[in-house]
Design a protein around this ligand. Structure first.
Ligand SMILES: *[C@@H]1O[C@H](CO)[C@@H](O)[C@H](O)[C@H]1NC(C)=O
Ligand SMILES: *[C@@H]1O[C@H](CO)[C@@H](O)[C@H](O)[C@H]1NC(C)=O
Length: 391
């Protein structure tokens, strides 16, 4: 007879391995040699990434993914990042969970499991677009995101990406914006023979007014671009038409992108609702607090406003067009980033549009097995959502 402890041990091991099946950890690589080139985090520390090497038929394929984490718009706000992982590699966690689009098992990630899969840590505060030579002597703040971007690509080319057959520039949130703003730059840095596409997860931030009709995100982005010297990497065709700060919005420049691109976004993106539509400064009484944490707690009047936000989101997509090289998966969930988590990427209960998972839609588009351009019916019609509930 096995002892009680023995059984307990078996039960524990089994539940631990069940938990770990959907995700595993990958270590952190610091890019020390980037420091000499000034391609550094806000505090001057080296940038870093998590790389899981490709294997088998995937050795020459690269998924280059940029992490998100909002933006800082001026020295005061950027300084608050210096003692966190969003401003310094000294504070980054030494491992990162790989799941969903990063999984190394075909069952969880059928089209990309054997690719070189990479997550670049975010520590510049401007979606990897900044490039200011001067370092503020008082604060020691560095604005060098674009240099980090270029350094990472050079580093990867030297590590084998120069032979890439396939490559995807991807990212989520502020990193999803990177994959839009830097899409054609990425294309130009890779060999002409590489099949290159871009994938933005929750990176389509729109220029909308707040619940009290104030302009909020527009001025914030203008400050980000000014503070970080981001205008150099922004679309020239867009800058010919409007102020650089406005060219930080995908809706004003996406029509000029030449490289194939796919957008995954919730029309009621939870970050956008919390920070663009109903930021704290526009909701001093906190009437939106509960609704922002959990969409099922929104009043009828608030849901009306959310439906208006969806309409505005869909209007902002107009310039994206419907070329077959462009894909989109715009669902009506209350979420933000759906690629890096198994439950939203590919599982038997994952979000669907036209009965298709995000994993399949992206794979079909990348490998040209079919086109995919789907916009969901309005909330709450979609029963496949994994709506976020915040504490
Ligand atoms: C920095 O930005 C914040 C948020 O937009 C603003 O409240 C603050 O006044 C700004 N600080 C300076 C010094 O401009
Ligand atoms: C949806 O897809 C699943 C799995 O691919 C399939 O079994 C099912 O019949 C499809 N349902 C509809 C309504 O097309």
């Amino acid at each position: 007879m096995m002892s009680e402890k023995g059984w307990l041990y078996i039960v524990m091991v089994c539940s631990l391995s069940l938990m770990s099946i959907e995700a595993y950890e990958v270590g952190l690589t610091f890019l020390e040699s980037a420091v000499a080139k000034g391609a550094v985090c806000m505090d001057g520390s080296p940038p870093a990434y998590h790389l899981d090497r490709g294997f088998g038929a995937g050795v020459d394929n690269w998924l280059v993914f940029f992490e998100g984490g909002g933006w800082c718009n001026n020295a005061t706000n950027c300084l608050t990042r210096i003692n966190t992982r969003l401003g310094s590699s000294k504070h980054m966690l030494k491992t990162e969970t790989f799941s969903g689009m990063f999984h190394n098992k075909a069952k969880y990630n059928p089209d990309f499991y054997n690719w070189n899969r990479l997550k670049v840590r975010y520590c510049d505060g401007a979606s990897f677009t900044g490039d200011v030579e001067a370092v503020d002597p008082k604060t020691n703040l560095h604005y060098r995101g674009a240099r980090i971007f270029n350094f990472v690509i050079e580093d990867l080319l030297a590590k084998g990406m120069k032979n890439a057959k396939n490559a995807i520039l991807a990212g989520c949130s502020a990193g999803g914006l990177t994959s839009i703003l830097q899409c054609d730059n990425f294309r130009s840095l890779l060999p002409a023979t590489t099949k290159v596409k871009c994938l933005s997860d929750a990176g389509f931030f729109i220029n909308a007014k707040t619940i009290i009709g104030q302009s909020h995100i527009e001025g914030f982005y203008a400050d980000v671009v000014r503070t970080h010297g981001s205008e150099k990497v922004l679309s020239p065709a867009c800058k010919a038409k409007m102020a650089p700060g406005l060219c930080f919005f995908p809706q004003n420049m996406v029509q000029y992108i030449k490289t194939p691109i796919f957008l995954i976004n919730a029309a009621y993106d939870s970050w956008q609702v919390k920070n663009i539509l109903a930021p704290g400064v526009s909701d001093k009484k906190g009437t939106w607090k509960e609704c922002k944490l959990d969409i099922t707690k929104c009043s009828a009047a608030q849901l009306n406003i959310l439906q208006g936000y969806r309409q505005e989101f869909l209007r902002a997509l107009t310039g994206f067009g419907n070329s077959p090289s462009r894909g989109m998966f715009i669902n009506s969930c209350y979420s933000h980033c759906q690629t890096g988590i198994q439950e939203t990427w590919l599982r038997n209960d994952s979000p669907l549009l036209k009965n298709t998972t995000i994993a399949k839609a992206v794979g079909d588009w990348y490998y040209e097995r079919g086109t995919f351009q789907q916009i969901d019916c309005p909330y709450p019609c979609d029963k496949t959502c994994h709506n976020r509930v915040f504490d």
